[in-house]
Design a protein around this ligand. Structure first.
Ligand code: 13P
Ligand code: SF4
Length: 307
């Protein structure tokens, strides 16, 4: 029996659902019950009618699912599937900076550990970051954690002066303005769609900057026929499935750069480890209850502002 059929049988037997991010490999997205950006995935996790959620993605996403659905078993096929951006903010260090800046609200991108979320006032994703920050009083001092690129993008768009944590995604930081200009010279009709985790000089070249879901939605515009894709390559599967007649160009990775264009952590999830994880109901995401409840407030406040 094919591994996809075996996964299907286990899903039915165990009342399990698979949530996958757009950056996972095509075969993983194909067995998922829902594929989305990090905001849609957290919304889905909050209302999922299932006993088990298998998260095909990275650890912070699975932790968010567990925080929102504590009575469900949340499985993460590869415990080592982390995120360079989440790793750039350590909770003990954040606690120290918070103590030094007691008048600042902490706004955290969801790409953070559950311990960092527990120290956060309100979370955001790249889909709703502008809306969340705009919802706060104009004179409110804000510490934005951990992505300096998304933070400076928000500062530029809103005219705020948020204090920025010095973190970044190693995948998105590698996109170079030079390579994008060269691709644009080859395809002058193509629009440039950029994830705001990229550097400011790259975001400056964008016709649109936004989350993975925002980028996909932009591709639906009838006038958009060619796209230069400036985010992780896994999104290409959904783009080409939704818009088979349009042309998509990926930016070439830098020579010798292992993390460029492809997020190695997202690619750790495979059909085989999904099957084994469902079969054994392990590895399971376990979070200390005090940390979970502290983190829950910051995520629910974000979801509350979004409805
Ligand atoms: P989205 O919120 O756009 O899905 O992005 C998540 C992510 O990890 C980007 O690198
Ligand atoms: Fe984290 Fe970057 Fe991978 Fe997104 S692409 S999961 S921010 S390392």
């Amino acid at each position: 029996m094919d591994v996809r059929e075996k996964i299907d049988i286990l899903k039915r037997e165990k009342r399990a659902i698979i949530l996958a991010h757009y950056y996972t490999s095509p075969e993983v997205q194909q067995v998922a019950d829902f594929v989305g950006d990090s905001l849609a995935l957290s919304e889905k996790a909050a209302v999922a009618d299932a006993d088990i959620i298998l998260f095909a993605g990275v650890r912070f996403m699975a932790e968010t699912a567990k925080v929102l659905s504590p009575s469900k078993k949340v499985l993460l096929p590869v415990v080592e599937a982390g995120c360079s951006l989440a790793d750039s903010c350590d909770a003990a260090e954040l606690a120290r900076v918070k103590a030094e800046n007691p008048d600042h609200l902490v706004v955290s991108y969801v790409n953070t550990s559950v311990e960092v979320k527990a120290l956060t006032d309100i979370c955001c994703t790249s889909s709703n970051a502008l809306k969340i920050v705009e919802s706060l009083p104009k004179d409110q001092k804000i510490l934005f954690v951990p992505d300096r690129n998304l933070g400076s993008y928000i500062n530029r768009c809103t005219g705020r002066d948020m204090k920025l944590w010095d973190g970044a995604c190693l995948v998105h930081e590698e996109f170079s303005a030079e390579k994008i200009r060269a691709l644009k010279a080859l395809h002058p009709e193509a629009v440039v769609l950029v994830h705001p985790e990229c550097k400011a000089e790259v975001v400056a070249l964008a016709d649109y900057a936004g989350s993975t879901a925002g980028i996909l939605a932009y591709c639906a515009r009838p006038e958009v026929q060619e796209v230069i894709v400036v985010t992780e390559s896994g999104i290409l599967y959904e783009m080409e499935s939704r818009y088979p007649d349009k042309k998509f160009y990926l930016v070439e990775p830098e020579k010798g750069c292992e993390r460029c264009v492809s997020c190695k952590d997202m690619k750790l999830v495979t059909l085989d480890n999904i099957y084994q994880t469902l079969l054994n109901e392990s590895p399971e995401v376990v979070i200390d209850e005090e940390v979970r409840t502290a983190a829950e407030g910051s995520i629910r406040r974000m979801l509350g502002i979004m409805v």
